[in-house]
Design a protein around this ligand. Structure first.
Ligand code: CP
Ligand code: NVA
Length: 309
């Protein structure tokens, strides 16, 4: 169903594709399905990682995922490849296509990622852009489904900055039938066109979407509370000045006490303790952040297997 396709945003995915990826990931995690993939020239498939921003989870989880599928990884450090000296995306993408089976790119502009996909003959995966983080949303949905045994009827609340993680969660939840509430300061709301797209997808899946500036209302009776940093990579210079604006959105015990008593706490990590989340909540009993991080690997294994076979 996804063979040979790019994975740049969940906006281009169907409910069926998301469900299938989650099922596959769960089977792979349980060990009931083991896949060994073949690449070009009868050799194991080779995944290239071209990251213009730092990464721990995405880099390592993609690497272990492809190894477990019988493939190999090439970490293409942007500082020592010709991209650092200005070789155009169009040329880099066409050249890398001749060596690799699949390429994961972490960059700033979504348009740059789209340019990679346009010029590459191999599938291109969004490993995070300023606009989206679709691989993260797959792992998040997998985690929610594991914790509650279902997605339908679950309400997830995202608090903080309406950023790349919020955008992909919005689309992922809309597709998967998870009701989603996003609470942000007014100036940091998710992008209107993405909200509209999510609402269209939600109408098909019967999902409720709430965009608000009220963190307490958003947290009430929610099954999952989720947050991310208040200043993303590339916005470091604004980090200090944003703190007062975001303070009311901090995922702390007060907000958590408004949620369902069995609510789980999620964070894509890395976390800034004392800013968007308190130490107490991050390390507390309701936190599932380490399972969530592990699930990056299982979700991406399912994604790679779906794209490569
Ligand atoms: N959550 C996430 O993408 O983490 P990294 O930046 O470490 O890859
Ligand atoms: N919103 C964060 C996510 C990091 C995984 C960022 O883009 O820096």
């Amino acid at each position: 169903m996804m063979k040979g396709k790019d994975f740049l945003t969940l906006a281009n995915c169907s409910t069926q594709e998301v469900r299938r990826l989650l099922d596959l990931a769960a089977q792979m995690k349980a060990g009931t399905l083991n896949r060994r993939l073949a690449g070009n020239y009868g050799a194991p498939p080779i995944l290239g990682l071209l990251f213009y921003k730092a990464s721990t989870r995405t880099r390592v989880s993609f690497s272990t995922a492809i190894y477990q599928l019988g493939g190999q990884v090439l970490d293409l450090n942007t500082n020592v490849t010709q991209v650092s000296r200005g070789e155009p995306v169009a040329d880099t993408a066409r050249v890398l296509s001749r060596y690799l089976d699949v390429l994961a790119v972490r960059t700033y502009e979504q348009q740059e990622l789209e340019a990679f996909a346009r010029y590459a003959d191999i599938p291109v995966i969004n490993a995070l852009s300023d606009l989206y983080h679709p691989c993260q949303a797959l792992a998040d949905l997998l985690t929610v489904r594991e914790c509650f045994g279902r997605l339908q009827g679950i309400t997830l609340t995202y608090l903080g900055d309406g950023n790349n993680v919020a955008h992909s969660l919005l689309l992922g939840c809309a597709l998967a039938g998870v009701n989603i509430r996003i609470a942000t300061p007014e100036k940091f709301a998710p992008q209107a066109d993405i909200v509209t797209k999510a609402k269209n997808l939600a109408a098909i899946a019967g999902t409720e979407i709430t965009i608000t500036t009220d963190p307490k209302m958003a947290a009430e009776n929610a099954h999952a509370l989720y947050t991310d940093v208040w200043a993303s990579m590339g916005q470091e210079s604004q980090a200090e000045q944003r703190i007062p604006t975001f303070q009311a959105y901090q995922l702390n015990q007060d907000l958590l006490s408004l949620a369902d008593p069995d609510a789980i706490v999620l964070h894509c990590l890395p976390a800034h303790r004392g800013e968007e989340i308190t130490e107490e909540v991050l390390e507390g009993e309701q936190s599932r952040v380490w399972d969530q991080a592990e699930n990056r690997m299982h979700a991406q294994k399912a994604l790679l297997a779906s794209i490569l076979t």
